[in-house]
Design a protein around this ligand. Structure first.
Ligand code: NDP
Ligand code: 8X3
Length: 254
């Protein structure tokens, strides 16, 4: 039977690359994001390989998720794989200087948006006793860095929630995986720095970051493993990235 794959945030980066990867498998693809024009362009490119349904989706809005779900064509309703990928970071300021609305947007998208999609799709999987949810976390959820504050917090949530789902789904043939990439060159930094492309480019200067295609391969692989194999968490960094030591101030007054 043809696998039905729903990818959120399919208009760019990991989501777009994952769409191209699953298209090679002739899956039935559901591509969702806010930028419908980009989704349509991608769908027309992939339509010679597989059947694609595109739909506008803003995961921060419950009514958008509801409309998206009720508008799914009947032959796309039995979702086998949900890739909860839509997400973003906004800003890199220290916590006492941030624009609070940026924190709200990250929580609304990375946490509440992922929850909305999970709550909408999981009952379909439970009813059919089959499925796989792949949540996109981040190294930022494991390893704090200055300015990562709420973004890292949202991704730590994604990891812990993924594990909680596994606990709830004991005895069901439903897999849950949290993939946690490190530095990857996509539109991520352009969004984080709100269109300051020079600053975004500097993040990757002199490095060989992960590409969207690298992460898409991993998404594909964890799903392609046999149904009895559940990859719980998978953290991946470019080889040029590693940890620095714990930070110590030698100038502060005690
Ligand atoms: P991109 O900015 O290239 O892609 C982000 C995608 O998310 C876009 O398709 C965007 O589509 C979608 N999106 C954002 N907000 C919403 C929303 N409210 N509703 C629906 N879709 C939304 O970045 P990446 O591909 O890098 O990011 C994908 C995921 O990977 C994110 O969760 C990110 O946090 C995570 N990640 C990224 C890393 C990196 O270094 N790049 C590393 C680790 C994790 P649109 O604007 O059209 O809605
Ligand atoms: C994206 C990786 O290090 O920019 O999640 O937070 S990082």
């Amino acid at each position: 039977m043809t696998k039905v794959v729903l990818i959120t945030g399919a208009s760019s980066g990991f989501g777009e690359a994952a769409a191209r990867k699953f298209a090679q498998d002739k899956c039935k693809l559901i591509l969702a994001a806010r930028s419908l024009d980009k989704l349509r362009a991608l769908a027309s490119e992939l339509s010679s390989q597989c059947v694609v349904h595109v739909a506008a989706l803003d995961v921060t809005k419950q009514e958008s998720v509801d409309t998206f779900m009720t508008s799914l064509p009947a032959d796309f309703r039995n979702i086998d794989l949900l890739v909860n990928n839509a997400g973003l970071a906004l800003g890199l300021e220290p916590a006492h200087l941030v624009d609070f609305s940026d924190w709200e947007t990250m929580v609304d998208t990375n946490i509440k948006g992922l929850l909305r999609m999970t709550r909408a799709v999981l009952p379909i999987m439970v009813e059919r006793n089959t499925g796989h949810i792949i949540n996109i976390g981040s190294t930022a959820g494991n390893w704090p860095y200055p300015g990562g504050n709420t973004y890292g917090g949202t991704k730590a949530f994604v990891q812990n929630f993924s594990r909680g789902l596994r606990a709830d789904l004991l005895g069901k043939r439903i897999r849950v995986t949290c993939i946690e990439p490190g530095m990857s060159e996509t539109n991520f930094s352009n969004v984080r720095f709100k269109g300051d492309d020079t600053r975004a480019d500097k993040v990757y200067e002199g490095t060989k970051p992960l590409s969207a295609e690298d992460v898409a391969e991993i998404i594909y692989w964890v799903n392609a493993m046999p149904a009895h194999v559940n990859v719980n968490t998978l953290e991946v960094m470019p080889t040029c990235q590693t940890w620095s030591g714990l930070a110590v101030s030698r100038t502060m007054e005690q």
